[in-house]
Design a protein around this ligand. Structure first.
Ligand code: FAD
Length: 825
C-alpha cells in the first residue's frame, strides 16, 4: 500500500494530506522544518485574498473548490473563509474593457459575476475615490481565506484520522533505488516511503536539488503592509482581522486591499522584482513568530512609497492613517505563472505541488490526490504539469528572467498572443535565416521562434480576389495579426505554400518493444506494416484525451511519433522504462529528435508540381498515398516524407536532419518559383486547420473530454487489443455524450472571438470557445465550442466578446472539403 511522506505543512501540504485521507489513504507522514503552530512559510503570513476568476479554466475551478472547502472548515468555531465578495475596479478605459473580458471568463467557468457601473462600485465600496473609478467587476463568492487557521484546522482533522506530523524536522535528503523513491532523510531518521510529495513552497528548488530535479520556480519578495487604525473603519469589523468590505483589486496600479479589523492591508506588485534564494536561509528556528519567520524579509520602504500615495488617492480615508507594519514576503513565481504539479520525470513516486497560491491550494491538492489514488484528475492538469517546460526553459537564467517578468506583469492586460520581449531567439529552425529574409513576424511558443506571417507576402494583397479580401477587425483581435494572413491562406488553397513545422515535437520510438508500447498506449492501429501513418489518441484511465499524436512506422522496430509537448515525452519515456524493465525482450527506447531535425509542410494544389521539379523520386498518389510515409531524396537531401496536411491540401510533411535544412528549403523554394510558391505563417495555418475541423490539443480537447465529446471517435479502433483508457470507453458513444465540441460560424461574417469566451444557448451560458479564427475560404469567422449535446445543427447561439453578444450558427463540420477530395488529390 502507499506509504506517503509529504514535505511541508503549509496550506498545500495539509490539503494534500486531507484529500488523500478522504480518498482512503491512511499511511501519511508530514514532515515540517518549522514549528507546526506557525511553520514560517508563505502561508504563515498570507493575507488570503481569493479572487477566483482567471483566464485559465482550471485555475478558476481550483479556486472555486478552495472556496467551497474553506467555507466548510472551522477553527475554534470560526469559519476559515470570510465570503465578503470581490471587487476589481477600472480606472482606465483599457481596464474597463479588460473587465468585460474577465466577466466573460467568469461566465465561461461558472463563477457568479457582475459588471457594475462607477456608481455601483461606490455603493459596494464607499471608501473609493469617485473621481478615479470608471466601473468594476463584482464577484460575490470571492473572499478571504483564513489560511493559517485553515492549516491548523486541517492539521487537527488529518491527525485525528491518523496522519503523523513531525515538526521542526528538516528534510535533508531523499532516498531512492532503481529510479524509485524509497524514503525521506531527516537529521535523526530515515522515513520509508514509496510516495513522496514535495509541498515545500518556495524551498521547492532546494528539495528538487536533492533528487536532481530542476524545479522551475523563483522565490520573490512581494510587499504587504498593514496601516494603523483608519478612523472611518472603527467599530465596523471584528478585531483584529475581521472584514466586511469586498476584497479590492486596483490592477491599474498593481495594488490590492483588504480590511484587518479597523486597519487596512495593502499588497503591492508595482515594485522592482526582488528575487531571492531559499538556499541563503538559515535553518528554521523553533521559535517562529509573526514578525520573525523565514518567509518574511525586512520591509524596503522606498519600494512602497508610491504605493502608499496611490492608495491614499484611491481610498482617501487612508489619509489619516500611517503604515504600521510592512514586510517583504516571499513566495514562488514560475516562467508561465502556473503552479508546478505532478510526478518528477526522473524519479518514480516523487511528486511536487509547489508555486501554488492559497487561492488554488485545495483544488490543486484534490487534483493531485485524484491522480495518486485513481490515476487521473477530474480537472485537466496540463497548465500545471511539472514537466510542461522545454529543457531550455528549465535553466536557472530562463526561470529567473521569465518569472521576474511574470511578477512585473501579474496585473497587466495581456493579449493571448502577446510574446515575451525576452528571452527570445532561444530555439530557431534551420529555416530561420530564410524566414528573416522574407520579413517573418515571429511569435514565441515552446521557446521556438515561429513565423506568424511574412511581410514579403504583403504585395499579394493587391492581387487578392474580392472573395478573399480580409474584413476589418476590432482593435483587440487585430493585435498580433496582419491581413497578409488572408493572402497566405489564399495562396495555400489555390497554389502552393511552405510552412515551417519544425517546432512540432517528434520522438523516435525504437527497439523490439516499440510496436507493443505504442499499441498499448494508443487507440489506433499502429502495428500495421512500415509505411503506415496513424492519427491516434493517448487516453488516460478515464478515457480522457491526454494527447493526439501521429504515429509513422518507418521500419519494423522504428517509429517517428509526432506529439504535443514535453508532457507527452515524459509519459512515453516513463512507460518505455517500465515496459523495458518488466519485459527486457520488449525493450523500447524513446529519443526526442525535434532539435536535430526540421520539417517543411509543402501544401497546396500545386504541391506535386513543385516537388517533382526538386526530386526524381516518385511522389505520385500511387507511390505515396494519403497517410503513408517513405524515405526519399530531395535535391540530394535525405528526407522522410509523410503524406499529411494539417491545412487540408495535397502535400507532405518533409523531414530532414537540421544540418540539411537550409538546402531542403532552398531546393523547394527554387522549384516552387514557377508556381508562385510562398512561405506561410501560423496565422494562416491556424485558420486553415480550423476550416478543416482539425483539433488542437490543449484548446479543443484535454483529459476532461473523451473522444466522443471531442469528435475524435474516428481515431478509436473498436476491435483492438486492450489499450490504456479502453475499459473506460465501454458503453460510451456519441449518443451518451452530454456535451460535444461543435463548429459555429459567425452570422455577420466579421465579428471575431479569440478563445475562452462564453457561449450562450437560449440566453444561458452553456459552453465556452476553445478555438477561433477567421475562415478565409468561407469568409466567416469560425468558432469551436463545447455545447450541450442536445443543441442541433442550425441552432442560433451567441458568443459574448467584450460584453457584446455575437450571433453564430451551429454548423456541420468541417466547413471546408468535407469529402477530403483535396487531401486525397
Ligand atoms: P508554504 O506555506 O511556504 O509551505 C511550505 C512549507 O514547507 C513551509 O512551512 C516550510 O517550512 C516547509 N519546508 C520547506 N522545506 C522543507 C524541508 N526541507 N523540510 C521540511 N519542511 C520544509 N496567495 C493567495 O492566494 N492570496 C493572497 O492574497 C496572497 N497574498 C500573499 C501575500 C504575500 C505577502 C505573500 C508573500 C504571498 C501571498 N500569497 C497569496 C501566496 C501564498 O501565500 C502562497 O502561494 C502559499 O501560501 C504557498 O503555500 P505552500 O503550502 O505551497 O507554501
Amino acid at each position: 500500500s502507499a506509504k506517503v511522506v509529504i514535505i511541508g505543512a503549509g496550506i498545500v501540504g495539509v490539503n494534500v494530506a486531507d484529500e488523500l485521507q478522504s480518498r482512503g489513504w491512511t499511511d501519511i507522514t508530514i514532515v515540517e522544518q518549522g514549528p507546526l503552530a506557525m511553520p514560517g512559510g508563505s502561508t504563515s503570513h498570507a493575507p488570503g485574498l481569493v479572487f477566483q476568476t482567471n483566464p485559465s479554466k482550471n485555475m478558476s475551478l481550483f479556486a472555486k473548490y478552495t472556496v467551497e472547502k474553506m467555507l466548510s472548515l472551522t477553527k475554534d468555531g470560526v469559519p476559515c473563509f470570510n465570503q465578503v465578495g470581490g471587487l476589481e475596479i477600472a480606472t482606465t478605459p483599457a481596464r474597463l474593457e479588460d473587465l468585460k473580458r474577465r466577466y466573460g471568463y467568469a461566465k465561461s467557468w461558472g463563477i457568479p459575476a457582475e459588471l457594475i457601473s462607477a456608481e455601483a462600485c461606490l455603493e459596494a465600496y464607499p471608501l473609493l475615490n469617485k473621481e478615479l473609478v470608471l466601473g468594476g467587476l463584482k464577484t460575490p463568492t470571492d473572499g478571504l481565506a483564513l489560511a493559517a487557521s485553515a492549516v491548523q484546522a486541517l492539521i487537527e482533522k488529518t491527525r485525528a484520522a491518523g496522519a503523523v506530523y513531525m515538526e521542526s524536522t528538516p528534510v535533508t535528503g531523499i532516498e531512492k533505488l532503481n529510479g524509485r523513491v524509497t524514503g525521506v532523510i531527516t537529521p535523526d531518521t530515515t522515513i520509508a516511503a514509496n510516495i513522496v510529495i514535495s509541498c515545500a513552497g518556495f524551498w521547492g528548488v532546494e528539495i528538487g536539488k536533492m533528487v536532481g530535479l530542476p524545479v522551475p520556480l523563483l522565490p520573490m519578495a512581494h510587499q504587504y503592509v498593514k496601516t494603523t487604525t483608519v478612523s472611518s473603519q472603527v467599530g465596523k469589523n471584528e478585531l483584529p482581522n475581521g472584514a466586511t468590505l469586498p476584497i479590492l483589486r486596483y490592477q491599474d496600479q498593481d495594488l490590492y486591499y483588504r480590511e484587518h479589523g479597523s486597519q487596512y492591508g495593502i499588497g503591492y506588485y508595482g515594485h522592482r522584482p526582488l528575487p531571492f534564494s531559499a538556499a541563503s536561509l538559515p535553518a528554521t528556528s523553533k521559535d517562529v513568530s509573526e514578525h520573525d519567520m523565514p518567509s518574511r524579509l525586512e520591509f524596503t520602504k522606498e519600494d512602497f512609497d508610491s504605493a502608499w500615495q496611490l492608495s491614499q488617492e484611491l481610498l482617501p480615508a487612508l489619509k489619516d492613517a500611517e503604515i504600521a507594519d510592512g514586510f517583504n514576503g516571499i513566495f514562488s513565481f514560475t516562467p508561465d505563472g502556473g503552479p508546478l504539479v505532478g510526478q518528477a520525470p526522473n524519479l518514480d513516486g516523487f511528486y511536487v505541488a509547489e508555486a501554488v497560491w492559497v487561492t488554488h491550494s485545495a483544488g490543486v491538492a484534490r487534483a493531485l490526490a485524484e491522480v495518486l489514488t485513481t490515476g487521473h484528475s477530474s480537472i485537466d492538469l496540463a497548465d500545471c504539469e511539472l514537466c510542461r517546460f522545454e529543457d531550455v526553459q528549465l535553466t536557472s537564467s530562463y526561470v529567473s528572467e521569465t518569472s521576474q517578468q511574470n511578477f512585473v506583469e501579474v496585473y497587466d492586460i495581456l493579449h493571448p498572443l502577446q510574446p515575451k520581449d525576452s528571452p527570445r531567439n532561444l530555439r530557431v529552425s534551420p529555416f530561420y535565416v530564410r524566414q528573416k529574409e522574407l520579413g517573418a513576424f515571429f511569435l514565441e511558443g515552446g521557446a521556438w521562434e515561429r513565423p506568424y506571417w511574412f511581410e514579403e507576402n504583403r504585395k499579394l494583397l493587391d492581387e487578392l480576389p474580392d472573395e478573399w479580401k480580409p474584413v476589418d477587425r476590432d482593435d483587440w483581435s487585430a493585435r498580433y495579426y496582419s491581413p497578409i494572413a488572408a493572402a497566405e491562406a489564399w495562396k495555400t488553397r489555390t497554389s502552393v505554400a511552405m510552412y515551417d513545422m519544425t517546432p512540432l515535437r517528434r520522438l523516435e520510438v525504437s527497439g523490439p518493444g516499440a510496436a507493443t508500447l505504442l499499441d498499448r498506449l494508443t487507440t489506433g492501429s499502429v502495428t500495421r506494416k512500415p509505411g503506415a501513418i496513424t492519427y491516434t489518441l493517448l487516453l488516460n484511465d478515464n478515457g480522457g484525451v491526454r494527447s493526439d499524436i501521429t504515429v509513422a512506422r518507418l521500419e519494423d522496430e522504428l517509429y517517428q511519433v509526432g506529439v504535443n509537448g514535453p508532457v507527452d515525452t515524459a509519459y512515453f519515456t516513463r512507460e518505455a522504462r517500465i515496459q523495458s524493465k518488466l519485459e527486457p525482450c520488449k525493450f523500447v527506447q524513446i529519443r526526442d529528435v525535434t532539435g536535430g531535425t526540421c520539417c517543411v509542410g509543402l501544401w497546396g494544389p500545386k504541391a506535386r508540381d513543385v516537388i517533382s521539379l526538386a526530386t526524381t523520386d516518385d511522389f505520385s498518389d500511387k507511390a505515396l498515398k494519403y497517410f503513408r510515409v517513405k524515405r526519399a531524396n530531395i535535391a540530394g537531401v535525405p528526407v522522410v516524407a509523410m503524406r499529411l496536411s494539417y491545412v487540408g491540401e495535397l502535400g507532405w510533411e518533409i523531414y530532414a536532419s537540421a544540418d540539411n535544412g537550409v538546402r531542403l528549403w532552398d531546393a523547394l523554394w527554387k522549384a516552387g518559383q514557377s508556381h508562385g510558391i510562398i512561405a506561410g505563417g501560423r496565422s494562416a495555418f491556424n485558420a486553415l486547420r480550423l476550416e478543416k475541423g482539425f483539433r488542437s490539443w490543449g484548446a479543443d480537447m484535454t483529459t476532461e473530454h473523451d473522444p466522443f465529446e471531442a469528435g475524435l471517435d474516428f481515431a478509436v479502433k473498436a476491435d483492438k487489443k486492450p489499450h490504456v483508457g479502453q475499459a473506460a470507453l465501454q458503453g460510451r458513444s456519441k449518443d451518451t455524450c452530454t456535451r460535444r465540441l461543435r463548429c459555429l460560424t459567425v452570422d455577420d461574417g466579421k465579428s471575431m472571438a479569440m478563445g475562452k469566451e462564453p457561449v450562450f444557448v437560449n440566453g444561458e451560458a452553456a459552453g465556452y470557445v476553445t478555438s477561433a479564427a477567421f475562415g478565409y475560404t468561407i469568409r466567416k469567422p469560425i468558432i469551436y465550442a463545447y455545447l450541450p449535446a442536445a443543441v442541433e445543427d442550425g441552432a442560433g447561439v451567441e458568443v459574448e466578446y467584450f460584453g457584446k453578444r455575437i450571433a453564430a450558427t451551429v454548423t456541420p463540420e468541417p466547413v471546408y472539403d468535407p469529402t477530403m477530395a483535396r487531401l486525397r488529390g
